[in-house]
Design a binder for this molecule. Structure first.
Ligand SMILES: [Zn+2]
Ligand SMILES: [Zn+2]
Length: 232
């Protein structure tokens, strides 16, 4: 899932008249990624989410880390849930917010998870209900199955052809607001091996092979490309 990192401040994006510096790599990254409908208005220093052709919403709270962007205080009495703001935005025709407003659709097949309401800062619910609970016995079985697999070739040899694959291709990611090459070469996805999880075998350029067991979606959902960040 999405990494929520704190790190370098993003003052590079902020005009000199904006006092507060938001210390959030996620917002910086999504702002710079032209596929994602989050923009910084350079003149005012305001971050906006484009909802549809007629609607944009000014972010009072960072949708990724929940911090106030204008020094406001959010009521911490509210537990995680979908507030009226997000519900209304998701209901607009052609809204970029989907799945109870917790995901924002970008260009292509990119979907970006939102963690907080941009208006009131309420924490949005995790979407576990849309995914299978991982079965411990399946995870144990798959862990053994993939324990000695060190390459894509070995995976195909020992487990068989994947149900589908991605790549090989080059892609870019906007980490910390800078365009960088993703050293991503190819991945195999096995859906048939288990009932509760899909297996993603990712071969990175110059890196190690990673094998991930990701919970299967229960029904309709942002299946496929989930986050530019983890490309798995
Ligand atoms: Zn943030
Ligand atoms: Zn709200």
């Amino acid at each position: 899932m999405l990494q929520r990192c704190q790190g370098e401040a993003i003052q590079v994006f902020l005009p000199s008249n904006v006092m507060s510096i938001h210390n959030c790599e996620d917002l910086a990254s999504w702002c710079m990624d032209e596929r994602v409908p989050v923009k910084l208005r350079k003149e005012s220093g305001e971050f906006v989410l484009n909802i549809n052709a007629d609607t944009e919403v000014k972010m009072s709270y960072c949708a990724w880390c929940g911090e106030s962007l204008h020094g406001g205080q959010k009521p911490n009495s509210l537990g995680a849930g979908v507030c009226k703001h997000v519900e209304d935005l998701a209901a607009k025709p052609g809204s970029s917010l989907k799945y109870q407003g917790c995901w924002m659709l970008g260009a292509g097949d990119l979907s970006v998870r939102l963690f907080f309401c941009p208006t009131c800062g309420r924490e949005l619910p995790v979407d576990e209900e849309r995914r299978w609970e991982k079965s411990p016995s399946e995870i144990a079985m798959l862990t053994t199955m993939f324990a000695n697999i060190k390459s894509i070739g070995q995976a195909i040899e020992q487990v068989g052809p994947p149900d589908f694959q991605r790549g090989p291709y080059e892609d870019h990611f906007y980490w910390k607001g800078k365009r960088s090459y993703i050293g991503y070469r190819k991945s195999l996805i096995y859906e048939r091996l288990a009932k509760t999880v899909d297996v993603h075998v990712v071969d990175w350029v110059g890196g190690e092979l990673t094998v991930k067991f990701l919970a299967k979606p229960l029904g309709q959902g942002p299946i496929g490309q989930k986050q530019a960040k983890n490309k798995d």
